[in-house]
Unconditional design. Structure first.
Length: 653
């Protein structure tokens, strides 16, 4: 391609706001020295403008002066539309580099005047006016916040860390001015700006300003997200993306589409969220910014993770790609660490637990620098992974660190949850005393929070078992409600321990008393079952009982009181019947729990000398399981049938 054609191509890309413009101008700058004879009058201003963009991206404060110089060069060449653009970019870049409010407003006034004085016949005038007005709204909002924080002093100030140019490269509409909260005046001005661009008839804005309107809607949408109005955010983001596409700038539709996908996911519209996220990725084909390429992949990966199912494998691919894009942009410690957290979550779901833990451990130091919320999320995820990898001591350390972090949040609930998780992990690690202390801490915090009866009840049940179990791994409340208790304990707790354990179980029942919520009714049934198990654990059993490992033996030790044992077994039957009836309302979801209750009740009947009654229970249960005829029922049927045969044989003896 000859040099003049290259210059024209670069200008055409710049007019369109195409992502390739920067690369093309870099090529022009590299070749201009050998083509001085063919350079036109406007090229000097173009190259100064390119140098200014490069300086701004590189964090060189000279960028403001370079944009001002570019504006002058454009005017000398008669390119007044470009001069107005460069003036506006100088004002936006002054914000980036922390110029004082007075200087920023001076530059902004120059830019506004330059746009307003453009000839009516200049085709760039509508766009220059729209861009200048939008930039004014953004910059003034930032300056108001700056002045409030500084008490109105007009010093040099400091620009917000990581701020980007208010005027985007090429012909873009500009970036947000970060660093401020919700500004009611800014919102009102943005709404007026959008309405004004559409006109009184609510027609679509002209194509040459449609993307500028889209940028205003994007900012309004972000404000809506901040205040929790997700429905309004969704509508604004949809309109913003449509305006960018109407302006034939699909690459500018990427951000509103990616953000909209996240909003839709938060609203529970996961099918639509996935469609929108995929559309964003399709439009990102021409995007050259690595950070934006990474972000759009993160958006799709997050939606796929929310959807669950088979989407986790694809989510892992997108999260890994995002991490690589962030790395290439020198953002490994920022976005790259977040991408690796998401990658670890996706690996965990796809049973790649060891890889997930390795990825997350490598990113943890960076994530801890991102703020407490991300650090806590990372520690929680790593703790779960380490538990799955059978490293409970290391898992407990992560949970305890998370608990210490959230202690300062002013809400006891999160600290309670992490203390509870730590207690479970410590129990798995055999650290009985530390586990008991963590359970007690969780219990106290649950009571203080007053909004998690399930957590409170599970902590009470775990403490009850710890009161009587020498083996702290015997019962582990992972929130599943499943029984992991081994009744073949060696030795028995003394009477004081068992009375304390029973008192803890009864306190758990008091917490659940009178509740009609399904989850709490389930926990009540589980507590009845476990209280029955606790009572059974305190009974003497014949070691020679060969009927079944789970059977309640009927030969009590010589030192036991047969009448007291019989009374205990009668109470067990009542508790088990009560639990079985409660589990029945949950259907197949609690079928295993219910079968466990009925089998235990049947063996207890046999221990009371009523083997026939126990066999009758099993007859009814076997018939019910046969009628269900599904895989879950078939697995339980074999055991129920075995118990029935044993009890029938015992009743005939």
């Amino acid at each position: 391609m000859d040099f003049p054609a290259l210059v024209e191509r670069a200008r055409a890309a710049r007019r369109r706001g195409h992502p390739s413009a920067d690369g093309l101008w870099t090529a022009v700058a590299r070749l201009v020295g050998s083509h001085e004879g063919v350079a036109d009058a406007g090229l000097a201003g173009d190259l100064l403008e390119h140098r200014a963009h490069t300086a701004a991206i590189g964090g060189v404060a000279e960028a403001v002066a370079l944009f001002t110089g570019a504006a002058g060069a454009h005017r000398e060449a008669g390119e007044h539309g470009r001069a107005a653009y460069a003036d506006l970019a100088a004002a936006g870049t002054a914000v980036q580099f922390g110029s004082g409010p007075q200087e920023i407003r001076r530059l902004l006034g120059t830019a506004l005047a330059a746009a307003e004085t453009l000839d009516a016949s200049d085709p760039s005038r509508p766009r220059r006016l729209a861009s200048a007005e939008l930039t004014r709204i953004r910059v003034e909002s930032f300056l108001r916040g700056h002045e409030e924080r500084s008490g109105g002093e007009d010093g040099t100030g400091e620009g917000p860390e990581g701020a980007e140019q208010t005027a985007e490269h090429g012909e873009g509409a500009g970036h947000d001015v970060p660093g401020h909260g919700v500004d009611a005046l800014m919102v009102a001005e943005l709404e007026a700006f959008v309405a004004g661009a559409s006109g009184a008839t609510e027609s679509a804005p002209a194509a040459d300003v449609a993307d500028v309107v889209g940028a205003a809607e994007l900012l309004l949408a972000k404000v809506a997200v901040t205040v929790g109005d997700l429905g309004r955010a969704d509508r604004l983001l949809d309109s913003a993306a449509r305006h960018c596409l109407a302006a034939d700038r699909p690459w500018e539709a990427v951000e509103p589409l990616a953000v909209r996908a996240q909003v839709l996911a938060a609203l529970g519209a996961l099918d639509e969220a996935e469609t929108v996220a995929r559309t964003a990725l399709e439009h990102a084909g021409e995007v050259t910014d690595g950070g934006e390429q990474a972000s759009v992949r993160m958006s799709l990966a997050e939606v796929l993770m929310r959807r669950g199912g088979d989407g986790a494998e694809e989510a892992a691919t997108h999260a890994l790609d995002a991490a690589h894009w962030f790395d290439q942009e020198g953002l490994a410690a920022g976005g790259g660490a977040r991408a690796r957290l998401l990658l670890a979550r996706a690996y965990a779901v796809t049973d790649r637990t060891a890889e997930a833990a390795e990825v997350l451990q490598s990113a943890l130091p960076d994530l801890l620098e991102h703020g407490e919320e991300e650090g806590v999320q990372a520690r929680e995820t790593l703790g779960r992974l380490l538990q799955e990898l059978r490293d409970p001591r290391a898992a407990a350390e992560q949970f305890l660190q998370a608990a210490e972090t959230v202690k300062g949040w002013g809400e006891p609930g999160p600290e309670a949850g992490f203390a509870h998780s730590a207690a479970e992990a410590l129990a798995q690690a055999g650290l009985r005393r530390e586990s008991g202390a963590a359970y007690a801490r969780a219990l106290e915090l649950y009571r203080l929070a007053g909004d998690n009866p399930v957590g409170e009840v599970r902590a009470l049940r775990s403490l009850a078992w710890m009161s009587v179990d020498d083996d702290t791994d015997a019962y582990d409340e992972h929130g599943t409600g499943e029984d992991h208790h081994d009744h073949d304990q060696e030795g028995a707790a003394d009477g004081t321990d068992r009375r304390r354990a029973r008192a803890l179980m009864e306190r758990a029942l008091d917490v659940l008393d009178g509740s009609d919520e399904p989850q709490l009714r389930y926990e009540r049934a589980q507590t009845w079952l476990q209280l029955a198990q606790l009572l059974d654990d305190g009974l003497g059993h014949d070691e020679d009982d060969d009927l079944d490992e789970e059977a309640d033996g009927d030969g009590a030790g010589s030192e036991r009181d047969p009448a007291a044992d019989a009374a205990t077994r009668e109470e067990m039957v009542r508790l088990l019947d009560r639990a079985a009836a409660a589990f029945a309302e949950f259907g197949e979801a609690a079928l295993r729990d219910r079968v466990q209750c009925l089998v235990r009740a049947a063996w207890t009947e046999r221990a009371l000398g009523r083997a026939g009654d126990g066999a009758s229970r099993m007859d009814a249960l076997v018939g019910e399981l046969k009628e269900l005829g599904n895989e879950a029922a078939d697995g339980l049927l074999r055991h129920a049938d075995y118990v029935r045969e044993q009890l029938a044989r015992a009743s005939e003896a």
